[in-house]
Design a binder for this molecule. Structure first.
Ligand code: ZN
Length: 303
């Protein structure tokens, strides 16, 4: 089975992770622009970060046989630095039209402040203007209220729920998100929040329509194989294969495919991996390593 991980911050992950993901059947990933742990103090830091999402990281993923897409946005946490946020907002239109940008995101609420609300609305307007899907980060604190409020605001700004993926759901939020016509994404964190077992029960209870599974793996304790592992557990627990295929592959493709920037032929007809390639003069290889050339690890040739 092929998998898509539609929310993973691979910039923070290693080449071992990329190799393991490719071997586990992950063919495509979406990397949302987000907070890096260290608060940024200059607009140039955002600019270089956005550039790496559409440039270097996209190239790096391709060197391991994985198609990389991204979302561009001002995250809710850093929206609270208003002087900087103003400058980032001016930057966004330069990036959201670039190749491989499948949504505006991840945006929404962190502490549900007035500044977060303002930049969330402005970015929803931007997404609507350019007809891109939206990826919403729902707050970890006061989640139920923050999730409801996020959807209320989308509707106040005139967005079509079918263009909006509400992420980081749990058992308390899923019903309302689905009832209101939004895509409901779930982040599988190891041992906390959405354990794999709980995800199986949600798919059993609500069915596969508009449900999306992701790893949200980043620089914290997380698992870049959460999607294929959850798929395996679903199959083991008797969830039909067609349902697993929807929640771990097809729904993400359909939702973000509305951008016109991601399609199945991107990986089905991909050019084979060639680690001899360079990006701005840089390769993923270090001195003396043998590049992989061809689609799989069995096709290694000497340079
Ligand atoms: Zn994230």
């Amino acid at each position: 089975m092929m998998y898509i991980d539609p929310h993973i911050h691979v910039t923070s992950r290693t080449t071992d992770d990329y190799e393991a993901m490719q071997q586990a059947g992950i063919v495509a990933i979406i990397e949302p622009a987000f907070w890096l742990g260290q608060p940024r103090t200059k607009v140039g830091s955002f600019q270089d970060y956005f550039s790496s999402l559409i440039g270097w990281e996209r190239f790096r993923a391709s060197q391991f046989g994985i198609r990389h897409y991204c979302t561009i946005g001002l995250n809710s946490k850093e929206a609270n630095n208003e002087a900087l946020a103003e400058q980032v907002m001016e930057l966004l239109p330069l990036y959201i039209g670039k190749e491989g940008v499948v949504a505006v995101g991840e945006i929404g609420y962190d502490d549900q402040t007035e500044a977060e609300d303002r930049y969330f609305r402005q970015q929803l307007d931007l997404a609507k203007e350019v007809n891109l899907p939206v990826m919403i980060h729902t707050p970890h604190r006061d989640k139920k209220r923050g999730t409801t409020r996020s959807m209320d605001v989308c509707e106040e700004q005139g967005l079509d729920p079918g263009m909006v993926v509400v992420d980081h759901n749990n058992e308390e939020t899923v019903k309302e998100v689905l009832d209101r016509g939004y895509w409901a994404a779930f982040s599988i964190y190891p041992n906390t929040k959405m354990g794999n077992e709980r995800m199986v029960e949600i798919v059993r209870q609500y069915g596969p329509e508009r449900i999306i599974v992701n790893s949200a793996a980043d620089w914290g304790i997380s698992d870049p194989l959460a999607v294929p592992k959850t798929a395996a557990l679903m199959l083991e627990r008797g969830i039909p294969e067609t349902h697993v295929q929807m929640v771990c592959y097809q729904n993400a493709l359909t939702a973000y495919g509305q951008s016109g920037q991601i399609k199945e032929s991107d990986w089905l007809q991909a050019t084979p991996v060639d680690q001899r390639q360079l990006f701005s003069g840089n390769s993923v290889l270090r001195g003396g390593q043998t590049p992989k050339v061809g689609s799989g690890s069995s096709n290694i040739i000497k340079n």
